[in-house]
Design a protein around this ligand. Structure first.
Ligand code: SF4
Length: 304
């Protein structure tokens, strides 16, 4: 005997363990969409005439973010949507996920801008991996990706960048910064409420949705995505935090939500303790930085 949806008695496809509800495909999608709209409101009003840039990789999170932004904003003709894909130059991985970006943007009629590390920085992640630098690939990739996104968003006059970070990503980032004692970095985690000159603010509309629910939303709504792990992820320290949080969630459903809620409660105190730093133009590239030279230029000099 199948279990019925709490809302309509049709067969349920999922059980939301942390709140004890069974939902059918329709009510599950409505449940996700309602929370995404609520999250967007919480992160600040989206003004008329805004241009939103959705950072997409081809993976499930960013593809769902793209479809949800289209669903929410396509009825507002004064809001423009663009998608940006960063090609880090990872053979066998990024070249396989870009077709999913192209397919989804075509389907939704959203202009897609593909920007590569090789054209912006003169190096690829595969080149960096060959150097076996002790910092590890992800330290370079994260900084270079933020640089490419921010400078492309400025070129396109984008008012806010939308990221597909989910609840699992957020809980991992909070725990990771906390355990590393990097409280200033914790204070700087998006979404950003304060606008800093030269830095495009970030929206994270999926940040209260668990990763498994995003996967299910993509499957239920037939959203095409590329499902593979980056070959360099094996060295990413984030994996340990993911395993710890998964274990905690199994024994205590709702742990990820509690971590995010605790972070939200602490955020005003963190903002007071670590107000945004005064930014200058980097002496090498002109991008905003709190130092003389930005992290992208420093890392580039170290590796090129
Ligand atoms: Fe970049 Fe690391 Fe993510 Fe691979 S796992 S895409 S190297 S940040």
């Amino acid at each position: 005997m199948s279990i019925s949806c709490l809302k309509c008695n049709k067969p349920a496809i999922t059980f939301i363990r942390y709140n004890g509800t069974h939902l059918c495909p329709y009510h599950f999608s409505a449940y996700v969409e309602k929370r995404v709209k609520k999250e967007l409101k919480k992160q600040g009003k989206t003004e008329d005439n805004a241009t939103l840039g959705i950072a997409i990789s081809g993976g499930k999170d960013s593809m769902v973010a793209l479809h949800l932004m289209d669903k929410i904003f396509s009825k507002r003709p004064t809001i423009d949507l663009h998608a940006i894909t960063i090609d880090e130059g990872i053979k066998g991985y990024r070249d396989h996920s870009i077709p999913a970006c192209i397919h989804n943007c075509k389907q939704l009629d959203i202009p897609l801008h593909i920007v590569s590390f090789s054209e912006k920085l003169g190096i690829t992640m595969d080149d960096i991996a060959q150097k076996h630098d002790e910092l590890g690939e992800c330290s370079y990739c994260g900084v270079f990706r933020r640089f490419c996104l921010n400078s492309t968003a400025k070129d396109l006059n984008i008012s806010k960048l939308v990221f597909g970070h989910n609840l699992d990503d957020m809980a991992q980032s909070v725990l990771m910064n906390f355990i590393n004692g990097d409280i200033e970095k914790l204070a700087r985690l998006g979404p950003h409420q304060k606008i800093q000159p030269g830095l495009i603010p970030r929206l994270m509309p999926l940040r209260s949705i668990p990763e498994k629910e995003i996967m299910l939303y993509a499957l239920v709504n037939s959203i095409e995505f590329h499902n593979a792990e980056c070959p360099y992820a094996i060295r990413a320290s984030r994996r340990y935090y993911r395993d710890i949080i998964d274990e905690l969630e199994t024994h205590n459903p709702g742990t990820r939500h509690s971590i995010l809620n605790s972070y939200e409660t602490m955020k005003p105190l963190l903002d007071t303790a670590f107000p945004p730093a005064k930014l200058n133009a980097c002496r090498s590239c002109g991008e905003p930085t709190s130092q003389m030279q930005c992290k992208t230029c420093l890392l580039r000099e170290r590796i090129v």
